[in-house]
Design a binder for this molecule. Structure first.
Ligand code: OGA
Ligand code: MN
Length: 249
């Protein structure tokens, strides 16, 4: 099916086009009972498109505002805003043998892991779980579990170009980032830059961290970078993993 709900963005200009296509493609949203049980906004057709884009292009950007709902997005944002005012958000390390001075040259975000216990987190986890099982059914990825954290980037914070997983580790396989910011203006910075998997110097997409916008990509293959934010940037990142027991990265 040639439905444009999920398409890779080829260059910054096509961002606008992509949004319009997303809006048009919202018509396949089905009531909860006709898709995955109890997961509003997830339909078999939508999962088909996500799986197809992932296998064909390795990444995609999509608008999930209508699928997740403005209420859930606002509730998640409220949680991370509150966490950010406490010391719950910790400087993110980069795997084993973390060294804060070295790591701060690479990434400056702060993170807090989600447990899925509060009502908005429980609803989010149902959404993520149906993506996990939907991708397994379609792409046979053997995704066993997912892990997810909130992230905040304060003005000046960034995350230099990186991969989320090392090839052959079979740990993090699919990455998902969900943005939680209302009214993100071009001057606010903080865009996600996605690089060509065959040429890490070529930018092949830019994702604006506006509430409901989601980026999905293959963790081992797609280099990406968070440009410096000029305003506090709220998001959550999720990794679908093949391992049962956590390995670093
Ligand atoms: C990450 C990451 C991207 C983003 O947390 O590994 O690359 O847009 N995040 O927040
Ligand atoms: Mn990353």
């Amino acid at each position: 099916m040639d439905n444009p709900a999920v398409i890779p963005i080829r260059d910054p200009l096509s961002q606008v086009v992509s949004r319009e296509l997303d809006a048009v493609a919202g018509s396949d949203i089905e009531p909860a009972h006709s898709g995955d049980a109890n997961v509003p906004g997830i339909s078999e057709a939508w999962l088909d498109q996500v799986a197809e884009s992932l296998s064909e292009h390795g990444w995609m950007s999509l608008d999930t505002r209508d699928r997740l709902g403005a209420g859930l997005l606002a509730a998640l944002r409220e949680e991370v805003v509150i966490l950010d005012r406490t010391d719950a958000m910790k400087s993110a390390g980069i795997g084993r043998g973390s060294d804060l001075v070295r790591d701060r040259a690479v990434r400056r975000d702060r993170i807090a892991w989600l447990q899925g216990i509060t009502p908005p987190q429980a609803e989010l986890f149902r959404f993520l779980e149906s993506i996990r099982s939907g991708l397994n059914q379609r792409l046979f990825l053997g995704l066993k579990r997912f892990e997810t954290h909130y992230a905040t980037y304060h003005p000046g914070d960034f995350y230099k170009r990186h991969l989320d997983s090392f090839r052959g580790r079979a740990s993090r396989v699919v990455s998902l980032v969900l943005y939680l910011n209302d009214d993100w203006a071009p001057g606010d910075g903080g865009a996600l830059q996605v690089f060509n998997r065959d040429n890490e110097n070529e930018v092949c997409g830019i994702v604006v961290p506006e509430a409901g916008r989601m980026a999905l990509f293959l963790s081992e293959e797609i280099p990406h970078e968070v440009l410096p934010a000029n305003r506090t940037r709220y998001s959550l990142a999720c990794w679908f993993r093949q391992d049962e027991v956590p390995l670093p990265l």
